[in-house]
Design a protein around this ligand. Structure first.
Ligand code: PMP
Length: 437
């Protein structure tokens, strides 16, 4: 038998043992804005875990709800049975969703929500006699999780190139007019409508009446925090309406207050047909996702031919009691503490603070939106990711957790962050950036 405590047994590619075999970074505790490390240090969480712990860590209300639920009703199938909290949660969720998206389907993650949304889109088109609509459109640099649907519509070539044929009939809209420039050439942030017209280019390559749905992240997160250029999402909505194409927002990151509104749909005042969520739904504590659908979509399924329901399965853990209890307690926490409003009020403070790093050595771009920020560093020639990773290690040593993607530092603190902690993030980063090679 292998010896216990073999650090290679858990081999997820990016986890703790990879770069620091001798002294892997480990978290052993967390409270509110901080993690505790295995060597007993406090680390300020600048990332809300992986963009998910929006209400901060180990919040007693959420923890207790989970404990109570686990003791009272641990599991109940959503198949031919139910339990009250799943229904109560759905009502609460639709009450904060954009008007007209009054139904939710539960999953266990962002990836599952994405694949579920794509299936809903295809099945809906068929249900309304649009079965020729089989094509799905994503966007370059879009990240939609790790399942087959998600990597197919996702715009990261490296994430899909080893995995065979994937979904057929997928195209990717351009992320920018100038793929060499990262992310947008000067002035392009003003020309979102023009960029969205790339959907028309794809539509005319085929036939618009063969396209089922378009999926986009309102703000591309994992590929480096890329807020859409002005008018982009509105114009996408227009084109989709003109051509009977469904618009899906992947709000796995932007949902539940990250932009100071329940959803990015509210922030950008564009209502999609389907909203994909996970992460902040349960404060990241228990795996759970929810897919919101427009009423017509729900009605076509539930009022449509028997086979629509018969062929559409949920998951063993869809709406399970413990996740539902965690989500209910999370939504209550957001509401009681006014965390979405808080994020909104902090947005300009956050923007000013992060933008104050402009002009620091190697910083080539800074972007913020809601309580998300990106500090883009000039890559070292031939060694992409090295500079940002060095900043990550330094920050961790100095008591700050950031996240990097390529040479971009991504920030997304819990929404409970205090102004002085925003200052702490910036003043920890400033000397680190100045000292980088
Ligand atoms: N979509 C987006 C926009 C995401 O950011 C993520 C995760 N970072 C996912 C989907 C996948 O979510 P999960 O990791 O929960 O499967």
């Amino acid at each position: 038998h292998a010896q216990t405590n073999n650090l290679d047994a858990f081999w997820m590619p990016f986890t703790a043992n990879r770069q620091f075999k001798q002294a892997p970074r480990m978290f052993v505790g967390a409270k509110d804005m901080h993690y505790t490390t295995s060597d007993g240090r406090q680390v300020l969480d600048g990332t809300a875990g992986l963009w998910c712990v929006n209400a901060g860590h180990c919040r007693p209300k959420i923890t207790e709800a989970i404990q109570r639920q686990a003791a009272e009703l641990d599991y109940a199938p959503a198949f031919q049975m139910g339990h009250p909290k799943a229904f109560e949660l759905a009502s609460k969720l639709v009450s904060i969703a954009p008007t007209g998206l009054d139904h939710v389907f539960y999953t266990n993650s962002g990836s599952e929500s994405v694949d579920t949304a794509l299936k809903i889109a295809l099945a809906y088109q068929r249900a309304i006699g649009q079965g020729a609509r089989q094509r799905l459109i994503g966007r370059e640099r879009g990240y939609h999780g790790v399942n087959f649907g998600g990597i197919s519509v996702g715009g990261i070539v490296n994430n899909r190139k080893f995995f065979g044929g994937l979904l057929g009939g997928v195209d990717h809209m351009r992320h920018t007019h100038d793929p060499e420039r990262n992310p947008y050439p000067k002035g392009e942030t003003e020309h979102g409508a023009e960029l969205a017209d790339d959907l028309l280019r794809i539509a005319t390559l085929h036939d618009p009446s063969t396209i089922a749905a378009v999926i986009v992240e309102p703000v591309a997160g994992s590929t480096g925090v890329l807020p859409p250029p002005k008018g982009y999402l509105k114009r996408l909505r227009e084109i989709c309406d003109q051509h009977g194409i469904l618009l899906i927002f992947d709000e796995v990151i932007t949902g539940y207050g990250r932009l100071g509104q329940p959803f990015a749909a509210d922030y950008f005042e564009v209502t999609p047909d389907i909203i994909v969520t996970a992460k902040g739904l349960t404060n990241g504590v228990i795996p759970m996702g929810a897919v919101f659908v427009r009423n017509e979509i729900h009605d076509a399924f539930m009022g449509g031919p028997e086979h629509m329901i018969e062929f559409f399965r949920g998951y063993t853990y869809s709406g399970n009691p413990i996740a539902a209890a965690a989500a209910l307690a999370t939504l209550e926490t957001y509401k009681e503490e006014g965390l979405f409003e808080r994020a909104k009020a902090l947005e300009p403070v956050w923007a000013d603070a992060i933008h104050s790093l402009r002009g620091t050595r190697h910083v080539i771009d800074i972007r913020t939106i809601g309580l998300i920020g990106a500090i883009e560093l000039e890559p070292i020639a031939g060694q992409p990711t090295k500079r940002a990773f060095a900043a990550f290690v330094e920050a961790y040593e100095k008591g700050l957790l950031i996240r990097t993607t390529g040479d971009i530092i991504a920030l997304s603190p819990p929404l409970i962050i205090e102004e002085r902690q925003i200052g702490e993030i910036v003043e920890t980063l400033r000397p680190i950036l100045e000292a980088l090679n």
